[in-house]
Write a protein that binds this ligand. Structure first.
Ligand code: NI
Length: 227
């Protein structure tokens, strides 16, 4: 299931971030690709120990804490520090599945990648191509969002970024280890959460909403793993 998050960052945040990114020191993206993905990848990234990446990453994670749909969809346990990439001059990343386990660059802690997120940082009319194509349960989804919007998708999905043939595509991407590793369970909880929100609007303080909310938490208790 793909979930779009609107305006994780507002337009001013995006302008400020992209201005800083344009002036940053970029390295070749293949340095962090897995063994097979390496040959398919031609883009630029900020090094993980770049202080700018660390500062901007912390800011993005802070903004996400206020996005209720992110919490509901990802049920985040551990968040890999956000990374930043730049595609330009035909830059692309062919079809691949991301590594299952990543190690936190500062603490060395292992983080299982359950949910992937891409936050688009500049406007889609600033570049041609650069679509994120994700193989979803329901077929191929093409994603190219407004600056500040983000997409969440299961890290088990095959995905690619099409060549950027004009302009420059700037984005942040990272992974989340969810309390609920199982995609079916996570999707069920998300759908239940949305239904409870709908019912709470139609029937505020109703016994139905309270009962369903209790069921949500009992399922989460059963399905969550904190390792
Ligand atoms: Ni990827």
């Amino acid at each position: 299931m793909l979930i779009k998050l609107n305006q994780v960052l507002n337009k001013n945040h995006c302008l400020d971030i992209t201005e800083q990114l344009i002036a940053a020191d970029w390295v070749l993206g293949e340095s962090t690709a897995g063994h097979l993905a390496k040959n398919e990848k031609s883009n630029l990234q900020l090094a993980q120990d770049n202080p700018l990446a660390q500062n901007l990453g912390q800011f993005i994670v802070g903004q996400l804490a206020n996005v209720s749909d992110f919490q509901a969809a990802a049920v985040p346990h551990k968040i890999f520090p956000p990374m930043f990439n730049c595609y330009q001059g035909g830059g692309t990343f062919g079809n691949h599945i991301d590594n299952a386990i990543r190690f936190h660059p500062q603490t060395g802690e292992a983080i299982r990648t359950d949910v992937s997120i891409t936050v688009f940082l500049n406007e889609p009319d600033e570049y041609d191509g650069g679509e994120l194509i994700i193989q979803d349960t329901y077929g191929e989804q093409k994603v190219k969002l407004a600056a500040g919007d983000a997409v969440l998708y299961p890290s088990t999905s095959l995905h690619q970024v099409t060549p950027v043939t004009r302009g420059r595509r700037l984005a942040s991407f990272f992974w989340i280890q969810s309390f609920v590793a199982d995609l079916v369970n996570r999707t069920t909880l998300y759908q239940l959460d949305k239904s409870i929100q709908d019912i709470s609007l139609k029937l505020p303080n109703s016994q139905e909403a309270i009962t369903l909310s209790g069921i949500y938490h009992n399922l989460l208790r059963q399905w969550s793993r904190g390792e």
